[in-house]
Design a protein around this ligand. Sequence first.
Ligand code: ADP
Length: 348
Amino acid sequence: MSNKLSNRISLPIYFSLIIFFIFLITVVITGLLFFLAQVFGLLNEELAQDGFVLPIMVLIACTIIGTTISAITSRKMVKSIRIFIEATERLASGDFSMRLQLKSPPEFEILSENFNRMAEELGGIEILRTDFVNNFSHEFKTPIVSIKGFAEVLKNDDLTKEERDEYLDIVIEESTRLASLASNVLELTQVETQKILTNKMRFNVGEQIRQSVLLLAAKFEKKHLKLNVNIQDYELSGNKELLNQVWLNLLDNAIKFTPEHGEIEVNMKKNEDNLVILVHDCGIGIHPEALPKIFDKFYQQDTSHSTAGNGLGLAIVKKIIHLHHGTISCESIPLQGTTFTVTIPIGM
Ligand code: ADP
């Protein structure tokens, strides 16, 4: 508060002092000139006693001296403003590397700091946007190229039925990948634009997790996975549809990254403030260097795209959990397994 007050009064004081010194210097120089003129006899008696000539001479001398001093002093101020205008112009044209180093008056230093912070933030957003567009274009182009290639091969009449079926399966798989990419991007933009949680209601989250497990039963069975579910009924206030996506995503990943005959465990704990849900698998695990990146958009540990997915699932999950004021963390040991821990405050 006192800092703000001193910031507010420092600029007027700065300007008042400048004006005061301009006056003072003007008066001193004018006085000195007239004193010297008197000493060297340039001012004769008649002139000094004339009621008009002397004041007019003083006025002209003051105007010339004052204007010269003001022009010199204001150049520094105007220079700072010019630098600022130039910086904003460069920023507006997309150069986010621009930084200001203005020091005085103190307001200009604050202006520089705020400008630099704004440029940094805008630069960060720009990098994120470019990365997103590049990743999206790459993820989008790969299946399209594949579909085009196989569609061309399929025009060949000499293909056997097995070959034809195999290529058609690839076309179907790649178009499914495209459809899932489109709906994931849509979901991500929807949750990213939400600042507060909408459609909040009380519902049994334990029941919801069990239903998600049931929904994926066919996938569990296909890989002969052993399942251990330890979930109680609990009424939570949240967005039912969004939280459903969280459980489906975490379970789907656990299935995807666990080899056949592996084991998956889902547990729920409740402490005083939070509901804690743990999804544990004995799958391939995540390398320690990859761990900090798994919640990034489009990040996939396996860049060969051999497993279904596009790397958006966990980015969506994290955003949904944050909308519920909760946290999500991951612990993993390569070739041993992974545990995702979701914590949601129960009082929300
Ligand atoms: P994807 O669509 O690839 O599953 P996600 O955002 O859901 O995208 O996950 C990002 C990456 O995190 C995955 O590609 C995978 O490398 C890693 N990952 C997520 N869950 C697991 C898990 N349970 N076991 C091992 N790796 C996982």
